[in-house]
Design a protein around this ligand. Structure first.
Ligand code: IYR
Length: 240
């Protein structure tokens, strides 16, 4: 008795589209445990940073983080992301000025309602975004809501938010793993980023990432993370 009655890919599918043998490295359970522990410890040490040093970061590291993030799975493999990077002081300054203008409305004119501002109080964020000029790099991750083909027609992308969100997670992970710090930053509304960075109408800013080294002596909120039993549920039998 075969395990699958409906194997993937079917003979008809293989005749119509290219397939290749999966490369998969099977590990011993000891190795799996060791890697799982080490990766958790590494990622558990990641923190969002709001005080960057001005020390330069080589462009190749930013490129490699983007290359890594772009391995993310995506709806219908459309890869609906664009990472727009700058280390140009004038561009960073323009971004800082525009971001602070929006944030002034959010914080000082209460575009963020009191409940929202109370939730942020322990983080102590405000409308000052100096780090946008001081961090050596800014990468803005844009979502591509649709694709514009060579003849000008539009082709829809699928599960764009999910796909770009996964890519953002891998990007943060890659940066942390290579010894860089970042902040998932959303100076809302972010439409100004499309204008400053000269991006086309099919691209919408998703998250902005200042990237660099933490300023020596940086402080971060003394946070704890939810334990496993508050973030995981294992269902042991059918519920109904
Ligand atoms: N975009 C603002 C506000 C802000 C909102 C949330 I939710 C945060 O976790 C942090 C900040 C800002 O960047 O300051």
């Amino acid at each position: 008795m075969e395990l699958y009655q409906h194997p993937y890919p079917s003979a008809a599918l293989q005749a119509a589209h290219p397939f290749t043998e999966l490369e998969f490295h099977r590990m011993s359970e000891d190795e799996m445990d060791a890697r799982a522990e080490a990766f958790f410890a590494r990622l558990d040490a990641r923190r969002s940073v709001r005080m960057f040093s001005d020390e330069p970061v080589p462009r190749r590291l930013v490129e490699q983080a983007i290359r890594t993030a772009a391995t993310a799975p995506s709806g219908a493999h459309k890869q609906p992301w664009r990472f727009v990077a700058t280390d140009n002081p004038k561009v960073k300054r323009a971004i800082r000025i525009a971001a602070e203008e929006e944030e002034r409305v959010n914080y000082l004119n209460n575009r963020m309602n009191p409940e929202w501002q109370a939730a942020l109080a322990p983080l102590g964020t405000d409308h000052h975004k100096e780090f946008l000029e001081i961090a050596p790099w800014i990468v803005v991750l844009f979502e591509e809501r649709f694709e514009i083909l060579a003849d000008g027609t539009r082709r829809k992308n699928y599960y764009v938010k999910e796909s770009v969100g996964i890519a953002a997670g891998i990007f943060i992970t890659a940066l942390h793993n290579m010894g860089l710090a970042t902040l998932t930053h959303t100076p809302t509304p972010m439409a100004f980023l499309r204008a400053i960075l000269g991006r086309p109408a099919n691209e919408r800013p998703f998250i902005m990432f200042p990237i660099g080294y933490p300023l020596p002596g940086s402080k971060v909120p003394d946070l704890t993370r939810k334990p496993l039993d508050e973030v995981a549920v294992f269902v042991e039998e059918p519920i109904r």
